[in-house]
Design a protein. Structure first.
Length: 620
């Protein structure tokens, strides 16, 4: 190949979706390319071109705007300009809005006719799918692939049976009697025994077999156990992976599986063993937390949280699953500290509810986030009772800080008397915030509308939330103020050249995933919930429950969830990599850390979010 064509071929092959093209097809595409030089402020596309084309920017910069002049995106090197690409089979319902393109800098571009790409797409569905889908559809396809990969990369697929089986196995010789078998099962507390002949499994018997094949049939208990055992048993070699074991048990409808080595019985594995497989999973860690007797014991357990987050990310767990797991453990730490405080301080003078706010309240917390908590106390409290609750708040907040959950920089903690109040005061807080939505009220709303009860009388919060939702549902004035405030966080549709948003400081040349992507979705979900009187606090659940209401169509809800999941996935993977390197996790993602295809999906996620923000903006 000509050296110049070879260089162009390498460039095109680095850009999604052309990075998946076979060599022969790539060569065909390169031969069909046209080269264009366009000066700054020149008309685009060039007046001499009339047919639909896809443009690929090699050098320079361009901006795409909607018909009303609003900036939709900026394009830099390696970006595709599909504003003038119109496949014959692409229906207007799925096409992007018509755009005008302005040449911001002198540009070098390649272009290819739509008909050529369409012909390639007929042979390679991945190409036609890419250009035949809008942002939301491409993101949906991506998240479907991610979910499939998460299943395939589960811990059971990558862990040997030898890590799970129990030994020695409960077994009995085939010549023993039914009575002796039943006695051994009772004494050892097992519901089944493996029947062996010279330490080789030849059958299995369960308590169900004894009832059905012996007692129900009137068979003498002196009968050898071999007469009622199940001989058609399956076993698994200890070097096989745990996923194979689970699939075998599922297919055979059994809950116990003998484990062998070179054909000899070495142990037994159960469905329960596989379900509770991780030594550091959230369930087991929670049990350890509840058994802790001192703050120092809790501190030692808390050191495992980053490891859990890394493990969950490595296994392909969704951001939703990671957030719920970490949040559940933070609640377990908090509950245990409250129990310890009650031992030291004595019983509470009146009922109360310890509340989690912010990401913990939404069950979206990651390892060792800062504290956001509060107290609702029964209206029966007396002034002198506050001393007990102040001591409680100090004990718990100090304990959480020692466990790695830093004090809230904004002092949103139960140690602050403002957020340690009787129920009637909380009713007044929310009524005032909704009634007079000034900037501070809206800021408070973004935190305290996401509350969840960690410990105590959950009814105290339920009543407050019930009255709150009665005030916000169909309250167009308040929702308008809340929406306007939420739109301060916008996805960076104006980025180009590697998404560089931070131009100086520690996080130079990075994208803030939280502020530029995740927070806007959280804000939208909260607005939908308040407008429709939905009591859910978790972002995903809010969107799901709002789907099909006047606030949010089912299609838009699905698109928003996909965008949220993708951004969350990038954030969890980014933080897992930082934790692995011994760094403090943050939300600043360098574009160098993700693939070109992930960058394109990131753009798709931002477009989905912006489209829904625009709908909300037009409503006030």
């Amino acid at each position: 190949m000509d050296p110049e064509l070879s260089e162009i071929s390498s460039f095109i092959h680095s850009i999604p979706p052309f990075d998946s093209l076979p060599k022969q097809v790539l060569s065909q595409l390169v031969r069909e390319l046209s080269i264009h030089y366009v000066r700054k402020d020149d008309l685009f596309p060039p007046p001499t071109i009339n047919e639909p084309r896809l443009y690929i920017l090699r050098k320079g910069a361009m901006s795409c705007r909607s018909k009303d002049g609003e900036l939709v995106s900026r394009l830099g090197e390696s970006d595709l300009c599909d504003a003038f690409y119109h496949p014959l089979d692409l229906q207007s319902a799925s096409a992007e809005p018509p755009l005008t393109v302005h040449v911001d800098e002198d540009c070098l571009l390649y272009s290819v006719q739509s008909s050529v790409l369409q012909e390639i797409g007929e042979r390679l569905p991945s190409i036609s799918d890419y250009f035949g889908q809008n942002s939301a559809q491409r993101l949906k396809t991506k998240m479907s692939q991610v979910n499939d990969e998460a299943i395939l990369s589960s811990s059971l697929m990558n862990t040997a049976v030898s890590n799970f089986y129990q030994s020695p196995v409960a077994a009995i010789d085939l010549n023993e009697t039914i009575q002796q078998t039943a006695l051994q099962m009772t004494e050892q507390g097992y519901s089944c025994l493996v029947i062996t002949e010279q330490n080789t499994p030849v059958g299995i018997v369960t308590d169900k077999d004894i009832r059905r094949r012996c007692v129900a049939q009137g068979l003498a208990t002196s009968t050898p156990i071999r007469d009622i055992m199940t001989t058609d048993i399956c076993s698994i070699d200890l070097h096989k992976n745990a996923y194979d074991a689970l699939m075998m048990m599922t297919a055979k409808h059994v809950h116990h599986l003998p484990v062998t080595k070179s054909g000899h019985l070495v142990g037994m594995i159960t469905v329960t063993d596989l379900i509770n497989n991780e030594g550091h999973n959230a369930v087991n860690l929670s049990n350890v937390i509840h058994k802790a007797n001192t703050v120092n014991e809790l501190i030692n357990v808390s050191k495992l949280l980053p490891k859990l987050q890394m493990r969950l990310a490595k296994l392909g767990s969704s951001a939703d699953h990671v957030g719920k797991s970490i949040s559940a453990l933070t609640m377990a730490f908090t509950a245990r500290l409250i129990e310890m405080a009650e031992v030291e301080l004595g019983p509470p003078p009146v009922p109360f509810a310890w509340l989690a706010a912010g990401s913990q309240g939404r069950q979206e917390q990651l390892a060792h986030s800062d504290q956001d908590n509060a107290l609702i106390i029964s209206d029966s409290m007396q002034p002198e009772d506050d001393l007990w609750f102040a001591k409680l708040a100090t004990f718990v907040s100090d304990g959480l800080a020692n466990c790695g959950f830093i004090y809230c920089p904004g002092n949103i903690m139960a140690t602050n008397p403002q957020w340690r109040q009787p129920q009637k005061i909380w009713h007044k807080y929310f009524a005032d915030w909704v009634g007079i939505p000034n900037p501070q009220a809206l800021l408070n709303s973004s935190v305290f509308f996401d509350l969840d009860t960690v410990y105590g009388e959950a009814s105290l919060l339920r009543e407050v939330r019930k009255q709150l939702l009665n005030k916000t549902k169909n309250n167009t004035q308040f929702i308008a103020h809340l929406s306007k405030n939420a739109l301060n966080f916008r996805p960076p549709l104006g980025f180009f050249r590697d998404f560089v948003l931070k131009h100086s400081g520690k996080n130079k040349a990075t994208l803030n995933l939280k502020h530029n992507g995740i927070t806007p979705v959280i804000d939208l979900a909260r607005i939908y919930a308040l407008a429709e009187g939905i009591g859910a606090v978790n972002t995903r659940e809010r969107i799901q429950q709002a789907a099909g209401t006047p606030s949010l169509s089912k299609e838009s809800a699905e698109n928003l969830i996909h965008a949220y999941e993708f951004l969350g996935m990038l954030r969890v993977k980014h933080q897992a990599n930082q934790l692995l390197q011994g760094e403090k996790p943050d939300n600043y993602l360098s574009p160098k850390d993700i693939s070109r295809l992930e960058r394109e999906h990131l753009k798709d996620a931002f477009k989905v979010i912006k489209s829904l923000q625009d709908v909300k903006q037009s409503g006030y």
